[in-house]
Design a protein around this ligand. Structure first.
Ligand code: AMP
Length: 507
């Protein structure tokens, strides 16, 4: 089914429900939203020849038009290629060429720069040409698409090597959506979906849940994550549901503490995308209440590998509550999940191996990349590249990306465990641990630490703190105190950059 059908249905059921907001200002209702998408769909096909399976790249920051554009491309039968607007034009040109895009939508200066690369036609979302397109006569129905047809071609962030195009089909999206309603949050019409994380990444995929319910979509006027603005929008709209990376939650909690805010107006905060440290989630629940659900997914199986429910995030009575809270939860309804050794055999409960997933939400494969497909997809299972364990009750705990594991004196050290120990110190704001080549040990542990504002720490203080919590051989041998950690365009810490600094090159 074409994903644009979700919108045409919602527009019939809830024509006058408010649909899209810029901050507190309503831009359109559901009838208007569907009409705008149908006109864009017609414009794309008439002016740019976009038809079934053609790729249209969106290289814009979060804005209300993002939603019109997504559905406009799908209306015409096209495939969305979302591109993070922070990427360098050279990186964008590479993605446009690799995906053989028929059109790229960009804005202002970035649109001008892309024109000069000549990769494909460029449409500036702030131009008259765009306004003309949006006033074409509307397509009556979305172009039919089958379950295996491509809908979303998402490029991995490429922290090592070239990004790979992850092919997500209409059927993959459907499985992801149904699982979300079942395992993450039973979204309702009175909810408000807030886009504070990049819509070119996972946050863009949340729209379906709320379109299906005829609920509100709010793009903050800041275009990003501003904790004070979010608290204001929560007061204005109420029932806010949003995705937030763990670092965003830390910032939100610290703002809440400053303002004496208790979470009123926030309904669901879905977190994931990177490790959430135990101390941080406990702090978040204490300050903001029972509003958190965790998901574990990746571009290759979006939002849909495991989930830790709202109740489990708040539970403090089960004998294993702390271990469960430190886990990423249990398999979502559409996913089979197992932990495998290098030969692909399933490992017993509690043993560390690679996390494998199978199900209707797993990508069709990587775009024109047989080598990567052969590595990642074997016998129908997706090898996630994440190392973890599963306990006897089915809870999966992530250790690290397989390439991030440090091998010191023949023992595996999982950086996450050391980072958990460091972050538990009240003066530590962020911590990241990587390996450095060492003639005696093979690798030794190096820590990068960002202190909380206005505080300081010494290596010996942190050494004593670690010795209290983890085995001696796991503790960092060197500490670098830095102002910030290097992060990619999605806010993920670039361990590769830190390793390169330490003279270690893992691929
Ligand atoms: P991406 O494909 O960019 O969304 O990145 C996916 C990766 O982020 C996964 O393979 C994990 O390494 C990490 N990740 C996603 N969700 C979680 C989570 N809940 N906890 C820890 N790491 C996560």
């Amino acid at each position: 089914m074409n994903p644009a059908t979700y919108l045409t249905r919602a527009a019939r059921l809830y024509p006058s429900n408010p649909a899209i907001f810029s901050g507190t200002t309503q831009i359109t209702d559901y009838a208007g939203f569907a009409d705008r998408a149908a006109r864009l769909g017609q414009g794309f096909s008439e002016k740019y020849g976009i038809g079934s399976g053609d790729r249209v790249a969106l290289f814009i920051s979060n804005c209300p038009e993002y939603l019109d554009l997504l559905y406009g491309v799908w209306f015409a039968g096209g495939v969305v290629v979302p591109i993070n607007h922070k990427l360098h034009p050279r990186e964008v040109a590479w993605i446009l060429n690799n995906s053989d895009a028929s059109l790229v939508i960009a804005e202002g200066q970035q649109a001008d720069t892309l024109q000069t690369t000549g990769s494909c036609p460029v449409l500036d979302v702030s131009s008259d040409a765009y306004r003309d397109l949006a006033s074409a006569s509307p397509l009556s129905d979305p172009v039919p698409r089958a379950s295996d047809d491509l809908a979303w071609l998402f490029y991995t962030s490429g922290t090592t090597g070239r990004p790979k195009g992850v092919m997500i089909s209409c059927g993959n999206l459907q499985a992801m959506i149904l699982s979300y309603f079942t395992d993450v949050d039973a979204a309702r019409t009175e909810d408000t979906s807030l886009y504070a994380a990049p819509m070119s990444h996972g946050a863009g995929l949340y729209n379906f849940i709320y379109v299906l319910r005829g609920a509100r979509h709010v793009v903050p006027t800041s275009g990003g994550f501003d904790p004070a603005e979010i608290i204001g929008l929560a007061g204005h709209h109420g029932n806010i549901c949003m995705f937030a990376a763990p670092t965003m939650i830390r910032r939100l909690v610290s703002q809440a503490r400053e303002q004496g805010y208790d979470g009123t107006g926030l309904r669901t905060i879905v977190y994931g995308g990177g490790p959430m440290y135990l101390a941080d989630i406990q702090d978040a629940v204490e300050h903001l209440g029972s509003r958190f659900v965790q998901i574990y997914g990746q571009g290759e199986s979006p939002m849909s590998i495991t989930a830790l429910s709202r109740d489990l995030v708040c539970d403090r009575s089960h004998p294993n509550w702390a271990a469960r809270l430190a886990s990423v939860g249990t398999a979502q309804s559409c996913a089979e999940v197992r932990i495998a050794g290098p030969d692909g055999d399933t490992l017993p409960a509690g043993e560390i191996g690679e996390i494998l997933v199978r199900g209707p939400q797993v990508m069709l494969g990587y775009w024109q990349n047989d080598k990567a497909n052969a590595e990642a997809l074997q016998d129908g299972w997706l090898w996630t590249g994440d190392m973890g364990t599963m306990d006897a009750d089915g809870f999966v705990t992530l250790r690290d990306r397989s390439k991030d594991v440090i091998i010191s004196g023949g023992s595996n050290i999982y950086p996450r465990e050391v980072e958990e120990a460091l972050i538990a110190h009240p003066n530590v704001a962020e911590a990241c641990v990587v390996g450095q080549t060492d003639p005696e040990w093979g690798e030794i542990v190096i820590a990068y630490v960002v202190c909380e504002k206005g505080t300081a720490l010494t290596a010996s203080e942190l050494d004593a703190f670690c010795l209290d919590q983890i085995a001696r051989f796991k503790r960092p041998k060197t500490y670098h105190f830095v102002n910030e950690l290097p992060k990619n365009a999605y806010g993920k810490v670039l361990k590769t950059a830190l390793r390169e600094r330490e003279g270690v090159t893992h691929t």
